[in-house]
Write a protein of this length. Structure first.
Length: 135
């Protein structure tokens, strides 16, 4: 059975969902909590799956530079040009910035940064989260 460790990362972000019938169609924010699961078949020479500090440096570093305290919006959102004109910090994606799509985005980035990510959980609220892992 593989070994697994989890690192939690908190960050704030805003978004809205296009074509949503509920409250999420409005600009709003979240205090998100990310859980990053890293998996390894064997422990390294130090007896670790990965140093927690490496996960922090890589994943939190990317989040701090790209998502933290930004509006995450679909490129087609009509509010994008207005917010760009006001020099608001944005992160634009090709799809609706749902928790599900953001979990996949962060998973892909963490893998690109060289981490053997098994699963990402993005808590949008204290009672709701989305999970992404590859089959």
């Amino acid at each position: 059975m593989p070994h697994m460790v989890t690192r939690s990362i908190d960050f704030c972000y805003g978004h809205r969902l296009l074509n949503h019938n509920g409250q999420c169609r409005y600009l709003h924010g979240h205090n998100g909590r990310l859980e990053v699961d890293i998996e390894a078949e064997a422990l390294d020479d130090m007896g670790m799956v990965v140093d927690f500090g490496r996960v922090r440096d890589l994943v939190k570093g990317w989040i701090d530079s790209n998502l933290d305290h930004r509006m995450i919006l679909c490129r087609q959102d009509p509010v994008v040009p207005v917010l760009q004109g006001l020099n608001e910090p944005l992160y634009l994606v090709d799809e609706n910035p749902t928790a599900e799509n953001l979990a996949r985005l962060i998973y892909d980035q963490a893998r690109h940064l060289g981490l053997d990510v098994a699963e990402i959980r993005l808590w949008e609220t204290p009672s709701s989260y989305a999970t992404y892992r590859e089959a």
